[in-house]
Design a protein around this ligand. Structure first.
Ligand SMILES: [Zn+2]
Length: 366
């Protein structure tokens, strides 16, 4: 039998129609960016999310979340990550900043020239194992004192999930530090700031925005009073768990670490997953590992009730993440970015003197 032109055309039309019919049902929230989802009406958004999400949030609640909150609470579309390549060397720079009473205005802090307490080169083999650590500069108090290291995917996670617990360890006399993996520069708050100040992307670049987020982080740090931090500066959304594992193992090898505390896999943001898995895979003693929750507080292993003195300090730190300059300058200003990025999560920790921890890696997003 031979197909006539009309027959062929009819077949093509039938195939096209059936594929368009099939398409809408198969779409999920993963096919859209968080910004696209945030613009949808509640009923449309509810149709795209997994059923367990609707057990926790009503469609109206979902529609009230900011794009950044949706990116943590739902599976959403992220750009593909750059392929991972094991570096030959990573350079560790542990930085200190003055305590809050010596800071008159956060915006005056020079972001680049903060004092470096420890500087070291860590050399890796092609399989990712640490081959050699060469310490070039060292504050021996930091190298020798019992230390707790908190690993934060973005500026704010450390304070939200573990700010009180850091105070607990400070009170025990431990040295406490934070390894900050990204500066969170992909937040959609960037566009809000451009719009409300009438700035172009040249007047207020993504780099200015990243620096503004780091300024908030430093202000919160000076409130919490922990000792040092490392600004790893991986691109937001591009963190690999291998990178986290390397950092955990380097800290273990260099410092006198008693606890490594990383963000749990309780967010759909890929950097959070990478941080959680990175600690899971690190070759450090099991009893030293702990994970803090930022987004879901179910089936946790340990609930820390913050004493009032620690809670009030944590609230001061949270306020730094909300603080905005009245006359913001693109180069030096404060914009309250973390608060505007995830106001509901900020409010939860502001209202509740609790933090949730796990003693093992868990994938908990429901
Ligand atoms: Zn985060």
């Amino acid at each position: 039998m031979r197909w006539g032109k009309a027959g062929m055309l009819a077949l093509v039309v039938i195939l096209m129609v059936s594929s368009t019919w099939g398409a809408p049902n198969s779409l999920t929230s993963k096919d859209f960016t968080a910004e696209e989802l945030a613009k949808m009406p509640p009923e449309q958004l509810a149709k795209l999310v997994p059923p367990y999400i609707l057990k926790r949030f009503t469609p109206e609640q979902l529609a009230n979340f900011t794009p950044d909150e949706l990116s943590h609470l739902l599976p959403t579309k992220f750009p593909e990550k750059e392929p991972f390549k094991i570096p030959e060397k990573i350079t560790i720079r542990i930085k200190k900043i003055p305590s809050y009473d010596r800071i008159t205005k956060m915006s005056e802090i020079e972001l680049i020239n903060l004092p470096i307490a420890v500087e070291a080169d860590v050399y890796l083999s092609p399989d990712g194992r640490i081959r050699d650590i060469r310490i070039k500069k060292a504050d021996y108090t930091i190298l020798s004192t019992p230390t707790v290291v908190v690993y934060s995917p973005h500026p704010d996670d450390e304070t939200f999930g573990s700010g009180g617990r850091m105070g607990y360890y400070k009170n025990l006399g431990y040295n406490v530090g934070v390894v900050l993996f990204t500066r969170g520069e992909m937040s959609s708050v960037y566009y809000d700031i451009l719009e409300e100040n009438g700035w172009s992307e040249e007047e207020f670049t993504r780099e200015d925005f990243a620096n503004a987020r780091l300024r908030e982080f430093l202000a919160a740090k000076s409130r919490l009073g922990y000792d040092w931090y490392v600004d790893v500066q991986k691109p937001d959304g591009q963190l690999w768990s291998y990178t986290v594992t390397t950092w955990v193992q380097s800290m273990e090898a260099m410092l006198n670490v008693v606890k490594h505390i990383a963000a749990q896999d309780d967010s759909w943001h890929p950097d959070h997953k990478a941080t959680a898995i990175g600690l899971r895979d690190a070759n450090v003693p099991y009893h030293k590992k702990m994970w803090y929750r930022v987004y879901y507080y179910n089936y946790y292993d340990y609930k820390y009730n913050l004493p009032s003195s620690i809670y009030s300090v944590k609230k001061d730190a949270l306020d730094e993440y909300k603080y905005r300059d009245t006359n913001p300058d693109p180069k030096t200003g404060r914009f309250g970015i973390a608060y505007r990025s995830t106001p509901n999560i900020w409010q939860y920790f502001y209202n509740n003197p609790v933090e949730y921890f796990d003693y093992r890696y868990k994938n908990v997003k429901g």
